[in-house]
Each structure stands twice: as structure tokens, then as C-alpha cells.
Write a protein that binds this ligand. Structure first.
Ligand code: MD3
Ligand code: FE
Length: 212
């Protein structure tokens, strides 16, 4: 039996299990669901093909990451309402200060919403000009199997379980690694209100532009 090549943990990758406790998770989840009243979840589509992603999205902050048939980009307003995104919750600004090790504040927080069956294929995040700034991710709700690879699509991958309250910091080399979400595990969290179960929220804080 051929063995798969060894996975070397990329430089700058940090998993912080249970960073947010139950109360902080509830407050964050409430802020996210509240933001959907102003900046509703929308169904992004793939550039060119127009195929729908299985994940739904919204954003916090001065800029939001958008995907539609025109391409991927950051925009100051919601694609459907034309309104600005809701301001970043203080808890997320504090998180960036505590774990980001970056002098400039985050400009975007992409909100990914996974229902049962939603997934995210292996990709690299490359739409930010500030390409050395870290990405800081927070998971809320049902658990997910997250996959991390290397700089090329052919590099070996490793999977990690991400649970509600976990934070992942993608600094330095890990920032340019392939990654994706294989699946979520319905019924593994009772954080979200019943009408939002099963489901998982992922928040990714990003610096988009070099210092302004
Ligand atoms: C590794 N989100 O929004 S978060 C994304 O769970 C995204 O929704 C996934 O990939 C999610 O782009 C994974 C953890 C994460 C975020 C950015 C990364 C891992 C990363 C950038 C580089 C390497
Ligand atoms: Fe990503």
C-alpha cells in the first residue's frame, strides 16, 4: 500500500479551539443574525458559469467580498439592497487585535452560511491587495470538516474538525494555502435558534488594502 505524502503544518497556521466561550458565541451569533435584517444572506454565483455556490453569504465592515457572474471583488455595499454592510462587531475587532498580529484594522468580515449539505471546494483566497495580512476565522454552530492543503493544488491536505467557538489564524505562508470545507455535521451544536438548525456560520476577518 502506497502511503500518502506527509502533511507539514504550514507556517503561520494556528488553530485556537474554544477561543470564544458559550456567552461570547451567543452574543456573536445574535449580532450575525441581527445583521441579516439589514444585509440579508444572498446566494453567490460563480464567475462566468453563473453556477450557484452552496454557501450563502453576507458581510460586516466597510467592505464585503462578493462573487457573481462578473467576478470576485470587494464592494462597500450589498449586491441586492445597495446598502452599506453592517459595522463590524467590537468582539471581532478585539479578536483581530488579540490574534492577528497586524498593525491595520480588518476591512471586511465575510459571513459564510452553511446549511446541511453545503460545502466549499478547495481554493486560495487571493482577492486582497494586502496579501501578507492574516485571515482570522471564527466558527459558530454545527461542526465542520475543514481541509487545509499547500500552495499548489497537488500538495497533500489534512482535515481538521472546526467546532463552535473555534478560531483559526491564517498568517504568513498558510495565507496562500489551498483550503475548503468538506461538509458540516448537522445536529452537533445547539447554539443557533431552531429555525437556523442545522447550520454553521463562518466569519473571516480580512485586511483588503495595504495601509490607508
Ligand atoms: C486557509 N471559509 O471564506 S475558514 C473563505 O469555513 C473560506 O467558511 C472557510 O475559506 C469556511 O474563504 C474556511 C478558515 C480559512 C479561511 C481563510 C484561509 C482558512 C484559510 C486562507 C488561507 C488558508
Ligand atoms: Fe477561503
Amino acid at each position: 500500500m502506497a502511503r500518502s505524502p506527509a502533511f507539514t503544518q504550514p507556517d503561520g497556521f494556528k488553530l485556537l479551539p474554544g477561543y470564544f466561550g458559550p456567552k461570547a458565541q451567543r452574543d456573536l451569533a445574535e449580532a450575525v443574525l441581527q445583521s441579516f435584517e439589514t444585509a440579508p444572506l444572498y446566494q453567490p454565483t460563480m464567475p462566468r458559469t453563473g453556477a450557484a455556490l452552496s454557501v450563502q453569504m453576507s458581510n460586516f465592515g466597510p467592505l464585503g467580498w462578493i462573487s457573481d457572474q462578473q467576478g470576485y471583488r470587494y464592494e462597500p455595499t450589498h449586491p441586492a439592497t445597495g446598502q452599506p454592510w453592517v459595522a463590524m462587531p467590537q468582539a471581532l475587532l478585539d479578536l483581530w487585535d488579540a490574534v492577528g498580529h497586524w498593525p491595520d484594522p480588518p476591512q471586511a468580515c465575510l459571513i459564510n452560511w452553511y446549511r446541511a449539505g453545503a460545502r466549499m471546494g478547495l481554493h486560495v483566497d487571493a482577492d486582497e491587495d494586502a496579501k501578507f495580512a492574516p485571515v482570522v476565522s471564527t466558527s459558530l454552530g454545527d461542526r465542520a470538516r475543514f481541509r487545509l492543503g499547500g500552495p499548489t493544488r497537488k500538495d497533500p491536505t489534512r482535515s481538521f474538525m472546526l467546532s463552535s467557538g473555534d478560531v483559526v489564524v491564517l498568517g504568513r505562508a498558510s495565507r496562500r494555502c489551498h483550503h475548503g470545507v468538506d461538509r458540516i455535521y448537522p445536529g452537533t451544536s445547539t447554539l443557533l435558534p431552531e429555525s437556523w438548525r442545522p447550520g454553521r456560520i463562518n466569519l473571516t476577518l480580512r485586511r483588503v488594502h495595504a495601509p490607508d
